[in-house]
Ligand binder design. Structure first.
Ligand code: DGY
Length: 323
Protein backbone atom coordinates (compact mmCIF):
# COMPACT_ATOMS: atom_id res chain seq x y z
CA UNK A 1 0.00 0.00 0.00
CA UNK A 2 1.24 3.47 -0.87
CA UNK A 3 1.73 5.90 2.01
CA UNK A 4 -0.78 8.68 2.27
CA UNK A 5 0.10 12.36 2.14
CA UNK A 6 -2.31 15.15 2.92
CA UNK A 7 -1.52 18.58 1.43
CA UNK A 8 -3.29 21.37 3.27
CA UNK A 9 -3.55 23.67 0.24
CA UNK A 10 -3.38 23.45 -3.53
CA UNK A 11 0.32 23.71 -4.36
CA UNK A 12 1.63 23.87 -7.95
CA UNK A 13 0.89 20.85 -10.14
CA UNK A 14 4.56 19.91 -10.62
CA UNK A 15 4.87 18.96 -6.94
CA UNK A 16 1.59 17.09 -6.84
CA UNK A 17 2.49 15.13 -9.99
CA UNK A 18 5.80 14.02 -8.50
CA UNK A 19 4.09 12.98 -5.28
CA UNK A 20 1.36 11.04 -7.06
CA UNK A 21 3.97 8.64 -8.42
CA UNK A 22 4.81 7.41 -4.92
CA UNK A 23 2.02 8.47 -2.57
CA UNK A 24 -1.71 8.41 -2.27
CA UNK A 25 -2.27 12.17 -2.43
CA UNK A 26 -5.11 14.14 -0.87
CA UNK A 27 -5.31 17.90 -1.30
CA UNK A 28 -7.39 20.47 0.59
CA UNK A 29 -8.71 22.30 -2.42
CA UNK A 30 -10.60 25.19 -0.85
CA UNK A 31 -9.17 28.69 -1.05
CA UNK A 32 -9.93 29.22 2.62
CA UNK A 33 -7.54 27.71 5.14
CA UNK A 34 -8.44 24.37 6.58
CA UNK A 35 -10.04 24.80 10.00
CA UNK A 36 -8.25 23.42 12.99
CA UNK A 37 -11.10 20.99 13.61
CA UNK A 38 -10.98 19.59 10.10
CA UNK A 39 -7.18 19.44 10.13
CA UNK A 40 -7.24 17.35 13.31
CA UNK A 41 -9.75 15.08 11.62
CA UNK A 42 -7.86 14.77 8.31
CA UNK A 43 -4.48 13.87 9.85
CA UNK A 44 -5.84 10.74 11.51
CA UNK A 45 -4.71 8.32 8.82
CA UNK A 46 -1.85 10.15 7.09
CA UNK A 47 1.81 9.15 6.91
CA UNK A 48 2.97 12.51 5.61
CA UNK A 49 1.71 16.05 5.77
CA UNK A 50 2.45 19.08 3.61
CA UNK A 51 1.70 22.21 5.63
CA UNK A 52 1.52 25.97 5.08
CA UNK A 53 3.01 28.62 7.36
CA UNK A 54 -0.52 29.58 8.43
CA UNK A 55 -1.12 26.26 10.21
CA UNK A 56 0.05 25.57 13.71
CA UNK A 57 1.52 22.10 13.78
CA UNK A 58 1.91 21.16 17.42
CA UNK A 59 1.50 18.37 19.92
CA UNK A 60 -2.27 18.24 19.42
CA UNK A 61 -1.81 17.61 15.70
CA UNK A 62 0.81 14.93 16.36
CA UNK A 63 -1.44 13.27 18.93
CA UNK A 64 -4.20 13.06 16.34
CA UNK A 65 -1.88 11.61 13.72
CA UNK A 66 -0.59 8.27 14.97
CA UNK A 67 0.88 7.32 11.57
CA UNK A 68 2.51 10.65 10.83
CA UNK A 69 6.27 10.36 10.09
CA UNK A 70 7.08 13.55 8.19
CA UNK A 71 5.86 17.14 7.95
CA UNK A 72 7.05 19.05 4.88
CA UNK A 73 6.44 22.76 5.38
CA UNK A 74 5.74 24.68 2.19
CA UNK A 75 7.88 27.62 3.40
CA UNK A 76 11.44 28.28 4.44
CA UNK A 77 10.32 29.55 7.87
CA UNK A 78 9.03 26.85 10.18
CA UNK A 79 8.08 28.79 13.29
CA UNK A 80 4.56 27.37 12.82
CA UNK A 81 5.84 23.88 13.69
CA UNK A 82 6.84 22.58 17.11
CA UNK A 83 10.03 20.98 15.83
CA UNK A 84 11.16 19.91 19.29
CA UNK A 85 7.96 17.98 19.84
CA UNK A 86 8.19 16.46 16.35
CA UNK A 87 11.77 15.37 17.00
CA UNK A 88 10.78 13.75 20.31
CA UNK A 89 8.21 11.73 18.41
CA UNK A 90 10.61 10.77 15.63
CA UNK A 91 8.72 12.87 13.08
CA UNK A 92 10.82 14.52 10.37
CA UNK A 93 10.30 18.19 9.57
CA UNK A 94 11.49 19.73 6.30
CA UNK A 95 11.33 23.24 4.81
CA UNK A 96 11.96 24.93 1.43
CA UNK A 97 15.17 26.99 1.55
CA UNK A 98 17.11 28.27 -1.51
CA UNK A 99 14.29 28.05 -4.05
CA UNK A 100 12.61 31.21 -2.71
CA UNK A 101 15.69 33.19 -1.74
CA UNK A 102 15.85 35.43 -4.80
CA UNK A 103 12.11 36.01 -4.97
CA UNK A 104 12.08 37.13 -1.32
CA UNK A 105 15.17 39.32 -1.70
CA UNK A 106 13.57 40.91 -4.79
CA UNK A 107 10.47 41.72 -2.76
CA UNK A 108 12.59 43.21 0.03
CA UNK A 109 14.20 45.49 -2.51
CA UNK A 110 10.86 46.28 -4.14
CA UNK A 111 9.50 47.38 -0.74
CA UNK A 112 12.64 49.36 -0.03
CA UNK A 113 12.40 51.25 -3.31
CA UNK A 114 8.63 51.63 -3.19
CA UNK A 115 8.79 53.14 0.30
CA UNK A 116 11.78 55.37 -0.40
CA UNK A 117 10.26 56.73 -3.63
CA UNK A 118 6.55 56.91 -2.70
CA UNK A 119 5.53 54.48 -5.41
CA UNK A 120 2.15 53.61 -3.94
CA UNK A 121 1.27 57.17 -3.05
CA UNK A 122 2.25 58.26 -6.56
CA UNK A 123 0.21 55.50 -8.17
CA UNK A 124 -2.84 56.54 -6.12
CA UNK A 125 -2.29 60.18 -7.06
CA UNK A 126 -2.41 59.32 -10.76
CA UNK A 127 -5.18 56.72 -10.82
CA UNK A 128 -7.63 58.55 -8.55
CA UNK A 129 -7.50 61.57 -10.81
CA UNK A 130 -5.98 63.73 -8.08
CA UNK A 131 -3.18 64.80 -10.42
CA UNK A 132 -5.60 65.83 -13.13
CA UNK A 133 -7.84 67.61 -10.60
CA UNK A 134 -4.88 69.63 -9.37
CA UNK A 135 -4.15 70.66 -12.93
CA UNK A 136 -0.41 70.99 -12.24
CA UNK A 137 1.88 69.03 -14.57
CA UNK A 138 5.04 68.94 -12.45
CA UNK A 139 6.25 70.43 -9.21
CA UNK A 140 9.86 70.50 -7.97
CA UNK A 141 8.77 69.64 -4.41
CA UNK A 142 6.25 66.89 -5.04
CA UNK A 143 6.83 63.31 -3.90
CA UNK A 144 10.35 63.90 -2.70
CA UNK A 145 11.80 60.63 -1.54
CA UNK A 146 15.06 59.25 -0.22
CA UNK A 147 18.11 58.41 -2.28
CA UNK A 148 18.90 54.72 -2.40
CA UNK A 149 22.01 54.53 -4.58
CA UNK A 150 25.18 54.83 -2.52
CA UNK A 151 23.37 54.82 0.86
CA UNK A 152 23.90 52.47 3.79
CA UNK A 153 21.85 49.31 4.16
CA UNK A 154 21.76 47.32 7.40
CA UNK A 155 20.69 43.73 7.00
CA UNK A 156 19.51 41.95 10.13
CA UNK A 157 19.94 38.22 9.61
CA UNK A 158 22.62 37.23 7.13
CA UNK A 159 21.43 33.83 5.97
CA UNK A 160 20.49 33.05 2.39
CA UNK A 161 17.88 35.80 2.06
CA UNK A 162 19.95 38.44 3.89
CA UNK A 163 22.92 37.72 1.63
CA UNK A 164 20.74 37.87 -1.48
CA UNK A 165 19.52 41.30 -0.34
CA UNK A 166 23.18 42.31 0.06
CA UNK A 167 23.90 41.21 -3.53
CA UNK A 168 21.18 43.51 -4.76
CA UNK A 169 22.47 46.32 -2.53
CA UNK A 170 25.91 45.90 -4.06
CA UNK A 171 24.41 46.72 -7.46
CA UNK A 172 23.02 49.89 -5.91
CA UNK A 173 26.48 50.93 -4.77
CA UNK A 174 25.43 50.71 -1.14
CA UNK A 175 27.56 50.37 1.95
CA UNK A 176 26.50 47.04 3.42
CA UNK A 177 26.25 46.40 7.16
CA UNK A 178 24.94 43.18 8.63
CA UNK A 179 24.06 41.73 11.97
CA UNK A 180 23.84 38.02 12.56
CA UNK A 181 24.31 35.57 15.45
CA UNK A 182 27.52 34.38 13.83
CA UNK A 183 29.98 36.34 11.73
CA UNK A 184 30.42 35.27 8.12
CA UNK A 185 33.96 36.24 7.12
CA UNK A 186 33.90 34.65 3.64
CA UNK A 187 30.69 36.46 2.70
CA UNK A 188 31.95 39.70 4.25
CA UNK A 189 34.75 39.61 1.73
CA UNK A 190 32.66 38.64 -1.27
CA UNK A 191 30.01 41.29 -0.62
CA UNK A 192 32.20 43.84 1.04
CA UNK A 193 29.85 43.67 4.05
CA UNK A 194 30.74 44.85 7.55
CA UNK A 195 29.53 43.08 10.66
CA UNK A 196 28.00 45.43 13.23
CA UNK A 197 26.36 44.88 16.59
CA UNK A 198 22.61 45.41 16.16
CA UNK A 199 22.50 48.75 17.95
CA UNK A 200 25.28 50.19 15.80
CA UNK A 201 23.70 48.87 12.63
CA UNK A 202 20.42 50.56 13.52
CA UNK A 203 22.16 53.84 14.24
CA UNK A 204 24.15 53.90 11.00
CA UNK A 205 21.75 52.53 8.39
CA UNK A 206 19.55 54.45 5.97
CA UNK A 207 17.65 51.25 5.23
CA UNK A 208 17.20 48.37 7.65
CA UNK A 209 16.05 45.07 6.16
CA UNK A 210 14.88 42.29 8.47
CA UNK A 211 15.66 38.78 7.23
CA UNK A 212 15.85 36.72 10.43
CA UNK A 213 13.82 33.62 11.26
CA UNK A 214 11.32 34.02 14.10
CA UNK A 215 12.79 32.44 17.23
CA UNK A 216 12.70 33.17 20.97
CA UNK A 217 15.71 35.45 20.41
CA UNK A 218 14.28 37.42 17.49
CA UNK A 219 10.73 37.84 18.84
CA UNK A 220 10.08 41.61 19.12
CA UNK A 221 13.77 42.27 18.49
CA UNK A 222 12.79 45.60 16.87
CA UNK A 223 11.15 47.29 19.80
CA UNK A 224 10.61 50.90 20.90
CA UNK A 225 14.09 51.28 22.30
CA UNK A 226 15.73 50.02 19.11
CA UNK A 227 13.47 52.00 16.78
CA UNK A 228 14.58 55.10 18.65
CA UNK A 229 18.17 54.36 17.63
CA UNK A 230 17.34 54.59 13.93
CA UNK A 231 17.80 57.73 11.84
CA UNK A 232 14.71 59.91 11.34
CA UNK A 233 15.33 59.49 7.61
CA UNK A 234 15.65 55.69 7.78
CA UNK A 235 13.30 53.10 6.31
CA UNK A 236 12.54 49.72 7.85
CA UNK A 237 11.72 46.74 5.63
CA UNK A 238 10.35 43.49 7.04
CA UNK A 239 10.20 40.34 4.91
CA UNK A 240 10.91 38.02 7.84
CA UNK A 241 8.04 37.48 10.28
CA UNK A 242 5.68 40.05 11.77
CA UNK A 243 6.56 39.22 15.35
CA UNK A 244 10.17 40.30 14.85
CA UNK A 245 8.80 43.85 15.16
CA UNK A 246 6.68 45.33 17.93
CA UNK A 247 3.97 46.81 15.69
CA UNK A 248 2.66 49.20 18.32
CA UNK A 249 6.12 50.69 18.73
CA UNK A 250 6.55 50.81 14.94
CA UNK A 251 3.32 52.77 14.49
CA UNK A 252 4.47 55.22 17.16
CA UNK A 253 7.85 55.53 15.41
CA UNK A 254 6.17 56.22 12.05
CA UNK A 255 3.67 58.70 13.50
CA UNK A 256 6.18 60.59 15.59
CA UNK A 257 8.87 60.62 12.92
CA UNK A 258 11.53 58.55 14.71
CA UNK A 259 11.90 56.85 11.32
CA UNK A 260 10.82 57.92 7.83
CA UNK A 261 8.90 54.91 6.61
CA UNK A 262 8.36 51.17 6.52
CA UNK A 263 7.82 48.52 3.88
CA UNK A 264 6.10 45.50 5.37
CA UNK A 265 5.28 42.11 3.93
CA UNK A 266 4.61 40.31 7.21
CA UNK A 267 2.46 41.07 10.26
CA UNK A 268 1.96 40.00 13.83
CA UNK A 269 -1.29 38.27 12.85
CA UNK A 270 -2.22 37.29 9.33
CA UNK A 271 -4.55 38.21 7.72
CA UNK A 272 -3.88 41.68 9.13
CA UNK A 273 -6.06 44.71 9.60
CA UNK A 274 -5.05 47.85 11.48
CA UNK A 275 -6.65 51.16 10.62
CA UNK A 276 -4.04 53.12 12.51
CA UNK A 277 -1.23 51.62 10.44
CA UNK A 278 -3.24 51.81 7.21
CA UNK A 279 -3.90 55.49 7.70
CA UNK A 280 -0.18 56.26 7.51
CA UNK A 281 1.18 57.42 4.16
CA UNK A 282 4.77 56.49 4.86
CA UNK A 283 4.20 52.75 4.72
CA UNK A 284 3.99 50.31 1.83
CA UNK A 285 2.19 47.08 2.64
CA UNK A 286 2.04 43.72 0.87
CA UNK A 287 0.19 40.58 2.05
CA UNK A 288 3.03 38.11 2.83
CA UNK A 289 4.07 37.55 -0.78
CA UNK A 290 7.84 37.20 -0.38
CA UNK A 291 7.94 33.88 -2.22
CA UNK A 292 4.98 34.59 -4.50
CA UNK A 293 6.52 34.12 -7.93
CA UNK A 294 5.66 31.31 -10.32
CA UNK A 295 9.26 30.11 -10.23
CA UNK A 296 9.69 30.16 -6.46
CA UNK A 297 6.37 28.48 -5.76
CA UNK A 298 7.11 25.73 -8.30
CA UNK A 299 10.56 25.29 -6.79
CA UNK A 300 8.97 24.98 -3.35
CA UNK A 301 6.50 22.38 -4.62
CA UNK A 302 9.30 20.34 -6.16
CA UNK A 303 11.41 20.53 -3.01
CA UNK A 304 8.49 19.44 -0.85
CA UNK A 305 8.02 16.44 -3.16
CA UNK A 306 11.75 15.62 -3.17
CA UNK A 307 11.78 15.65 0.63
CA UNK A 308 8.82 13.31 0.89
CA UNK A 309 10.10 10.96 -1.81
CA UNK A 310 13.54 10.76 -0.20
CA UNK A 311 11.89 9.96 3.11
CA UNK A 312 9.76 7.24 1.53
CA UNK A 313 12.87 5.66 0.01
CA UNK A 314 14.57 5.59 3.40
CA UNK A 315 16.98 8.41 2.51
CA UNK A 316 17.63 11.58 4.50
CA UNK A 317 15.30 14.31 3.14
CA UNK A 318 17.44 17.00 1.45
CA UNK A 319 16.23 19.90 3.58
CA UNK A 320 15.64 18.29 6.93
CA UNK A 321 15.19 20.74 9.78
CA UNK A 322 15.46 18.47 12.84
CA UNK A 323 18.93 17.00 12.69
C1 DGY B 1 8.56 31.50 3.94
O1 DGY B 1 8.72 30.62 3.10
O2 DGY B 1 8.84 31.35 5.12
C2 DGY B 1 8.02 32.80 3.44
O3 DGY B 1 7.63 33.61 4.47
C3 DGY B 1 6.90 32.56 2.46
O4 DGY B 1 6.73 33.72 1.68
Amino acid sequence: MRPKVFITREIPENGIKLLEKEFEVEVWEEEREISRKVLLERVKDVDALVTMLSEKIDREVFENAPRLRIVANYAVGYDNIDVEEATKRGIYVTNTPDVLTDATADLAFALLLATARHLVKGDKFVRTGEWKRKGIAWHPKWFLGYDVYGKTIGIVGFGRIGQAVARRAKGFGMRILYYSRTRKPEVEKELNAEFKPLEELLRESDFVVLAVPLTKETMYMINEERLKLMKPTAILVNVARGKVVDTRALIKALKEGWIAGAGLDVYEEEPYYNEELFSLENVVLTPHIGSATFGAREGMAELVARNLIAFKRGEVPPTLVNR
